[in-house]
Design a protein around this ligand. Structure first.
Ligand code: CAA
Length: 285
């Protein structure tokens, strides 16, 4: 199957980035969210990120216009599902909501359609089990900022078929991304490794081993990471980091994955990082 029409569900940071890269690479995209206000915010972000590319000279004005023209906005998921070859869900990490969405798209999408989730930690096998086509369900995990980060983790649920995997791998390559194949397991590869590193940085801070800035400097200058772990935690969202640590802890049953008490305390206080204006650092909106 050749993918031509893509529906992306959720116009937040990940969803609008995913819509952006599909449209920029020639796919027709339906971007779906629950309100016009959310969709307008999503498109505003896409425009800003395309402007960044045209200013840098990496995208022509013509290609910018063509990219935007390939994106249709909608609040009607069932209608968009009906005309899609692949649907990529990128809503909040809420299992109940994801289940509802997968039931709706399974009931409406044509039989050949692939149902993908951008989940960063929820089991693909579990999501697939809510549908009547588990062989066509796969994890397609992008990284923020989506137009910049080259990786896509492709997660195979227990029933994901070789055909589904091959089609989605080819689509990821068409987006100029590098796909990696991962078996369904808590946190997949990316978050199995990244989150314990961030969690350990938070333990170091809480134990007074070094200051916030020095912890981040160690990883930036000593390991050539573009951001230190505490700045990266703010960028990802401390609530997201905590939820992924809980998935690792529950799913793998090892206390080495226990979330740092300071992480829990900051989330309880509403210090969720960049999006909240305050996390380990402070941000102006
Ligand atoms: N959208 C599009 N392009 C963007 C962008 C955005 N939101 N933010 C930055 N860019 C582009 C810039 O235009 C610039 O492009 P060029 O290289 O062509 O010049 C490039 O990215 C670098 O940007 P800046 O110079 O403005 O800033 P920077 O050098 O500080 O880089 C960064 C910013 C790309 C975010 C960099 O700090 C970085 O790579 N940080 C780490 C990000 C990371 O680890 N992401 C993964 C998070 S984990 C996740 O997403 C998954 C999960 O499950 C939790």
């Amino acid at each position: 199957m050749n993918i031509k029409i893509v529906t992306v569900i959720g116009s937040g940071t990940m969803g609008n980035g995913i819509a952006h890269v599909f449209a920029q690479n020639g796919f027709s995209v339906n971007l779906v969210d629950v309100s016009k206000e959310f969709l307008d915010r999503g498109v505003k972000n896409i425009r800003a990120n395309l402007d960044r590319q045209t200013k840098k000279g990496t995208l022509t004005e013509e290609a910018r216009g063509a990219t935007l023209a390939r994106i249709e906005l909608s609040t009607d998921l069932a209608v968009c599902a009906k005309k899609s070859d692949i649907i990529v869900e990128a809503v909040n990490e809420n299992t109940v909501l994801k289940r509802e969405i997968f039931q709706t798209i399974d009931a409406n999408a044509p039989p050949h359609a692939i149902l993908a989730s951008n989940t960063s930690s929820i089991s693909i096998t579990e999501i697939a089990a809510t549908t009547k086509r588990p062989a066509n369900v796969i994890g397609m995990h992008f990284f923020n900022p989506v137009p910049v980060m080259k990786l896509v983790e492709l997660i195979r649920g227990i029933a994901t078929s070789d055909e589904t995997f091959a089609i989605v791998r080819d689509a990821a390559i068409a987006l100029e991304k590098t796909p990696v194949e991962v078996r369904d397991s808590p946190g997949f590869i990316s978050n199995r490794i990244l989150m314990p590193m961030i969690n350990e940085a938070i333990f170091c801070l809480a134990e007074g081993i070094a200051s916030r800035d020095d912890i981040d400097t160690v990883m930036k200058l000593g390991m050539a990471h573009p951001m230190g772990p505490l700045a990266l935690a703010d960028f990802i969202g401390l609530d997201v980091c905590l939820s992924i640590m809980n998935v690792l802890h529950d799913g793998l049953g090892d206390d080495k994955y226990r979330p740092a008490p300071l992480l829990k305390k900051m989330v309880a206080a509403g210090y969720l990082g960049k999006k909240a204006g305050k996390g380990f650092y402070e941000y102006q909106s």
